[in-house]
Design a protein around this ligand. Structure first.
Ligand code: B12
Ligand code: SF4
Length: 493
């Protein structure tokens, strides 16, 4: 006999990057496994698989769950409102929202969308289980007694006490994954001892590090490899090199398994040569968040290291043959031509050391210190969250317009791409010329006038046409009839 589904968890994967497979995000995989441990019947769907309103309605009716849970990142919020509306039309069951955006904008969500009934803040496992106990098993706890909730009651918004963080992560069952994909995110810890002003990780999972035992992580790695030996691992922990002993043990485990590719985030700090050797042996690709070449901007982000620290750190790893990828954000609060030039110069030094560079646009996500403290030098110029993805520039600073920020970012991307090691002969020659005159190119960039910025923007960013770009399916994949009803959705905040 077909089991009744207690909760349907929805991953509203709207902006699908070209190569990103359609499998549920890790948060949903954790929630599913946790609820199953308590014998609840769960189903998850990734919205990219149901790309029309009719299909979604028919799937909802077929599954016929008793509750709906929707995970939500900031750019997804307007779509989440739409999904909530469709689910209410189709089923009229309680709709619960959780995840990064709801954790910080719970009241806005309840005010803006009457179809979302309850918001779960921060870590969701225990809170969601208690919600199911309440709705499905009719256990006595009233909603007011469940920690970590915000909900509507008789027209008023009620907020319950904060949920304590899960102490022993080994108690959590392994996330329920889709093993048909060759790429898995995995986490050994929750929390972060740093407090970068643009970050939400330390806010959701706290400032205190909570580690799984290496044995527990090893068992999970082995169970994944047993099901798919080709799996690549992307460790999403804040900075695994905070704890030398833990990282060393983890490296030993990784070295002893034949893993195709492993990526980890590190912070910039002195590492001893033995640890570096272990990292090399485990073939780990190291990601670091440098964010800016300007000391002043970095300090305002609470990132207190020098450019020389970044270069020393990369030198040490690169000399041992470890691949390093350094991430930068362009258009940070207080960004001006001078800070951009400092960033360009640092990138130049890193490229000489064959460090891979990843460039992102800064976005002041709700809940971050930069969002909360309006004394930072920036002004949001596009308040439509749907646009807050990828390379989009949604702010301006007192010295640079969004158009200028976008075109500097694109110019840097172009130069950076050309400076890569090309195999084809004409590109190789061009790349060598640019490598020879990098300062010339970069400095020229700052003397170019508004006409140049307009042209670059017209070609590369096309901000007003982003939805059209998505529809072209060449770059993006959209869902639910390309959200044809988006015009009617309000994104007030
Ligand atoms: C891994 C990752 C990715 C991977 C996702 C791979 C995958 N399928 O899992 C990739 C690279 C694809 C990615 C893409 C993007 N990402 Co990303 N990503 C992350 C990262 C590093 C980890 C997320 C994670 O797995 N966390 C671990 C889980 C366990 O925690 P969690 O998600 O918070 O879930 C818990 C709670 O939130 C809650 N919860 C979550 N969902 C729900 C639902 C319900 C119903 C309930 C009750 C509770 C609940 O319970 C969970 C368990 O405790 C975070 C940064 C970070 N360190 O958090 C950024 C982060 C989530 N990403 C972010 C962004 C912006 C994006 C993109 C939009 C970027 C872009 N392209 O422009 C895209 C969106 C892609 C998409 N369509 O989904 C932002 C979100 C900011 C925001 N305010 O929403 C973050 C926070 C990074 C940042 N910039 O600060 N990302
Ligand atoms: S180190 Fe990373 S996870 Fe920690 S606060 Fe900074 S950006 Fe966030």
């Amino acid at each position: 006999m077909k089991k009744n589904i207690d909760i349907l968890l929805i991953d509203p994967k709207i902006n699908k990057l070209r190569d990103e497979p359609l499998f549920p995000r890790l948060g949903i995989c954790y929630l599913t496994a946790y609820l199953m441990k308590y014998n609840y019947n769960i189903q998850t769907i990734v919205l990219g698989n149901y790309n029309s309103k009719e299909k979604l309605i028919s799937v909802l009716k077929k599954i016929n769950p008793r509750l709906i849970g929707i995970s939500c990142l900031t750019p997804e919020i307007p779509y989440v409102y739409k999904i909530a509306q469709i689910t209410k039309e189709a089923l009229n069951v309680p709709v619960i929202a959780g995840g990064t955006h709801p954790s910080f904008a719970a009241k806005d969500i309840l005010k803006n969308c009457k179809n979302v009934d309850i918001v779960v803040k921060n870590e969701g496992e225990i809170t969601l289980k208690e919600l199911l106990d309440h709705f499905i098993r009719k256990k006595s706890k009233s909603l007011r007694e469940i920690h970590g909730l915000i909900f509507r009651e008789n027209g008023h918004i009620v907020e319950t006490e904060n949920r304590a963080l899960i102490n022993n992560l080994d108690d959590l069952p392994f996330p329920l994954r889709n093993y048909s994909v060759d790429f898995q995110t995995i986490m050994c810890s929750r929390g972060c001892i740093f407090n970068c002003r643009y970050c939400l990780w330390c806010k959701i999972h706290g400032r205190k590090m909570r580690y799984r035992s290496v044995k527990n992580v090893t068992d999970e790695i082995d169970s994944i490899l047993n099901k798919n030996p080709n799996t690549e691992f992307y460790f999403i922990d804040s900075a695994l090199n905070i704890n030398d002993d833990y990282l060393k043990n983890l490296c030993e485990v990784i070295s002893s398994r034949k893993i195709r590719r492993v990526q980890m985030y590190f912070c910039i700090k002195n590492m001893n040569s033995n640890l570096i050797k272990s990292i090399k042996k485990a073939h780990i690709i190291v990601f670091i968040g440098v964010e800016s070449g300007s000391k002043k901007i970095r300090e305002s982000l609470n990132k207190n290291f020098q450019n020389s620290d970044v270069l020393d750190f990369c030198d040490k790893l690169r000399k041992t043959g470890i691949s390093v990828c350094a991430g930068f954000m362009l258009g940070l609060p207080g960004e001006n031509k001078q800070s951009l030039l400092q960033t360009f110069n640092l990138i130049h030094e890193l490229l000489r050391r064959r460090v891979i560079i990843a460039l992102f646009s800064f976005m002041p996500f709700p809940g971050t210190d930069i969002w909360n403290n309006r004394n930072y030098d920036y002004e949001i110029i596009d308040r439509d969250f749907r646009h807050w993805t990828d390379d989009y520039v949604c702010i301006r600073t007192s010295e640079l317009s969004a158009e200028e920020l976008a075109s500097y970012a694109w110019s840097l991307r172009i130069i950076h791409t050309l400076r890569m090691q090309w195999r084809s002969y004409p590109l190789k020659i061009l790349s060598n010329i640019i490598n020879f005159f990098p300062y010339f190119f970069w400095e020229r960039l700052f003397h170019i006038n508004a006409f140049y910025h307009r042209i670059v923007n017209r070609i590369f960013t096309l901000p007003k046409n982003r939805i059209t770009l998505r529809k072209s399916k060449k770059f993006y994949y959209s869902t639910i009839d390309d959200m044809c009803f988006l015009d009617r959705i309000s994104t007030k905040f």
